[in-house]
Unconditional design. Structure first.
Length: 718
């Protein structure tokens, strides 16, 4: 410990008192009493508390309440946190309460693995970046993570697992009795049995074999396992699901609002099987719209604290990969009992909204219903009807929905919603799952139609709970009255927005941040780059600057949508937070309660994490297919846009398939290129040739790596 970080005797006494009350936040006057200090010692104790705060030993909350930072151990430079290991092998220990993560180089990792809870000793600060550096002292708790690798027989009856770079930095030893039927050359998932000595191999037990490494099945299932998702359900969960009766009793129908004679429609992708939302629409005599959003009533079939519910919580979400869906619920439920299939009676939880012609919500009700979908539409079919290319018996309903959706969309953007449009590649796969073509998903108004109706329902149920609270508290709210799980989205990071401003400036694009962060400023920037080579780049940078949307009982609003109240209600077949919201709404309507605030905090954090993993898995599966597609096109040239510039080279987005590869600076052999960070370009020292962010260039695919999902490029005919 450096001399400047040593604690004074008063500071040590404060720590001792706080350790006696680890869960308490203590006011400074009480601390003074405990220390037997006179009133004139207040200045002295405040100075000591401020120094302890700077050293991360304590938190000081509103009202000058002092609380011990539980991450601080007896040794003042030892912290407890979660280890996050990068694919390069270095790690970062994330310590609650510390602003900066502690970096751990590979040689100081000891026997810790990704996700482990560890004790880390702060050893100093990096000379250039001044970031904290550390050394792992002990593994407090193993993460029990699922890891992925390829099984190899390195000698007779001696087996090692060569781990994928995304899973671990080290290879694992496997005893023949722990092979679980896997063969050498198979891609496998495995878990750690033990690792006591850093000089030896950790020992693993194989969980599952995905078949030969390099096959489509192995590649795709590996992505799932890396993100801790299982492709199949435990037998007891499947059994529980299949014992649920699919017949609706007459008593249940009588208990609900019967909508079976009303026109309810579903609109989904052509390959969808889990239909969790339907729409009904009328024009009332007063000219207002009467919109019904009917959602599959999953909670009717899935009681809390059952094996089915426990599995759904663990999964948190369905995962949508390029060639398959890994559902949150067994297919018997997701594609069968719960799915709002056409021409079948189905149980629903419905949000009915009376909406004025200007888009204002006039009245609403949330009711348990039974419906009978009259038509299953796909998006493209709806668009043809809206465009007048095809006639249909439900054309009138669709045209009314179109008019309402346009009103809601215009209103949303006027009130501060951000207009992000990012292209999505779609792969044409052969029977073996190999990509034979890449096309860009067409964005049509039929997609917007569904989105606007769902957004309106999601917002309405969140407003409903706020209204309930006001009734209970007499216009005062408290987290203990009707706690709710919101979908929240904070403001973007100002520093990242300033970086975008500096990035855009040399390209002739003005991004005004003088008036602070606002949706208008962001939309103005996105409008400037619309239909230019910079559109996808600036959109991508802007998305990365945004706070991550999360689930939380603390309502901070949704910045991206411009909503003060927002929740996820419309997809309980594929999102567990929607299941929670359904349960809360049902219980509140009966005057009872369902979850505590603290339970919602915990569930919200878990579901947010699982959602992030699912998004990463989806992106990785897209990247895998992009790399696979280009693996058969080595030596071919493509037009691309420079999407990033670093001292190591140029990141280039290939325009036709929206995937990114790298041209290394060492391959720019016509000159010596110097990186100019403020101008976001590489400039040749002798000839002055520039490669700038947003420039269009031709590139050749020279190398692909399926394991790392990387693409290497060189310049071609520029």
């Amino acid at each position: 410990m450096s001399k400047k970080d040593r604690l004074s005797s008063l500071e040590k006494r404060i720590i001792e008192i706080l350790k006696s009350y680890p869960d308490a936040s203590i006011p400074i006057p009480l601390l003074m009493d405990a220390l037997s200090l006179p009133k004139k010692g207040e200045k002295k104790i405040k100075k000591a508390v401020n120094r302890l705060k700077q050293l991360d030993h304590v938190f000081v909350t509103k009202g000058n309440l002092v609380r011990l930072n539980e991450a601080v151990e007896d040794d003042d430079n030892v912290y407890t946190g979660i280890l996050d290991v990068t694919s390069h092998g270095d790690g970062y220990v994330v310590v609650e309460g510390r602003d900066q993560d502690i970096k751990i180089s590979q040689r100081f990792m000891s026997t810790a693995l990704n996700g482990d809870t560890v004790k880390v000793k702060l050893t100093g600060y990096h000379k250039k970046s001044n970031k904290p550096m550390g050394k792992i002292e002990d593994v407090v708790k193993r993460a029990d993570s699922l890891m992925v690798g390829t099984l190899k027989e390195v000698a007779k009856n001696t087996f090692l697992i060569e781990t994928d770079p995304q899973s671990s930095r080290i290879n694992f030893f496997v005893d023949p009795k722990d092979m679980n039927g896997a063969n050498p050359g198979d891609k496998v998932t495995f878990r750690l049995i033990q690792w006591e000595d850093v000089r030896g191999y950790p020992q693993a037990k194989i969980q599952q074999s995905f078949g030969p490494a390099g096959s489509n099945e192995a590649n795709v299932l590996s992505i799932l396992a890396e993100k801790q998702f299982e492709s199949s359900f435990p037998p007891e969960v499947e059994k529980f699901a299949e014992e649920i009766p699919d017949r609706i009793t007459e008593d249940e129908i009588k208990r609900r609002k019967d909508m079976r004679d009303e026109v309810v429609l579903t609109i989904d992708p052509a390959d969808a099987k889990d239909f969790d939302d339907g729409l009904s629409i009328q024009i009332l005599n007063n000219g207002n719209y009467y919109l019904g959003v009917h959602i599959a009533d999953v909670t009717h079939y899935m009681p809390r604290s059952t094996v089915l519910d426990d599995e759904a919580i663990e999964r948190g979400t369905s995962v949508y990969l390029v060639d398959r869906v890994i559902p949150m619920l067994p297919e018997y439920l997701s594609n069968g009992v719960c799915s709002l299939r056409p021409h079948e009676d189905k149980l629903a939880f419905s949000c009915f909204m009376e909406i004025a012609p200007n888009g204002k919500l006039i009245d609403y009700s949330i009711e348990e219903t039974v419906i009978h979908s009259k038509q299953r539409f796909v998006y493209e079919e709806v668009q043809e009807i809206l465009d007048g290319k095809v006639d249909h018996q439900f054309k009138n309903e669709l045209k009314i929905l179109e008019k309402l959706a346009k009103t809601l969309l215009d209103k949303r953007f006027k009130q501060g919603s951000i207009n992000f449009e990012t292209p999505e590649p779609k792969f044409v796969l052969d029977d073996q799952g190999k990509p034979v073509d890449v096309i860009v998903k067409e964005r049509i108004f039929a997609h917007r139609l569904i989105e606007e109706c769902m957004l309106m329902a999601n917002k309405t149920v969140a407003v409903h709970v706020d209204t309930l609270r006001k009734k209970v508290r007499g216009n005062k709210t408290a987290k203990s009255d009707h706690p709710f799980l919101y979908r929240v989205h904070g403001e973007p990071d100002l520093e990242k927005l300033n970086n975008i401003k500096e990035t855009a400036k040399p390209l002739g694009i003005h991004f005004d941040l003088k008036g602070g962060i606002s949706a208008k400023n962001i939309n103005d920037l996105l409008k400037q780059v619309e239909d230019t080579s910079l559109e996808n780049i600036i959109n991508g940078l802007m998305l990365r600057s945004m706070a991550k949307a999360e689930y939380s009982p603390k309502n901070i609003g949704h910045f991206g949508l411009g909503f003060k109240h927002y929740a996820h209600f419309t997809s309980p077949i594929r999102r567990y937070p929607d299941v929670i919201v359904h349960r809360l709404l049902k219980r509140y309507s009966s005057g009872a309660s369902e979850y505590t605030y603290d339970q919602l905090v915990e569930l919200g954090e878990h579901c947010s994490e699982k959602e992030r993993y699912a998004v990463e898995a989806e992106r990785d599966s897209v990247k895998l297919k992009q790399v696979e597609f280009l693996s058969d096109r080595l030596g071919e040239s493509f037009e691309g846009t420079i999407s990033g510039v670093t001292e190591n080279g140029l990141y280039v987005q290939i325009n036709d398939i929206y995937c990114e590869g790298m041209v290394r600076v060492s391959d720019l052999n016509d000159d010596y290129y110097v990186y100019h960070p403020k101008m976001h370009c590489l400039i040749g020292r002798s000839k002055g040739k520039k490669y700038r962010l947003g420039d269009t260039i031709n590139v050749k695919v020279t190398k692909t790596d399926l394991e790392k999902r990387q693409i290497d490029l060189t310049l071609s005919g520029n």
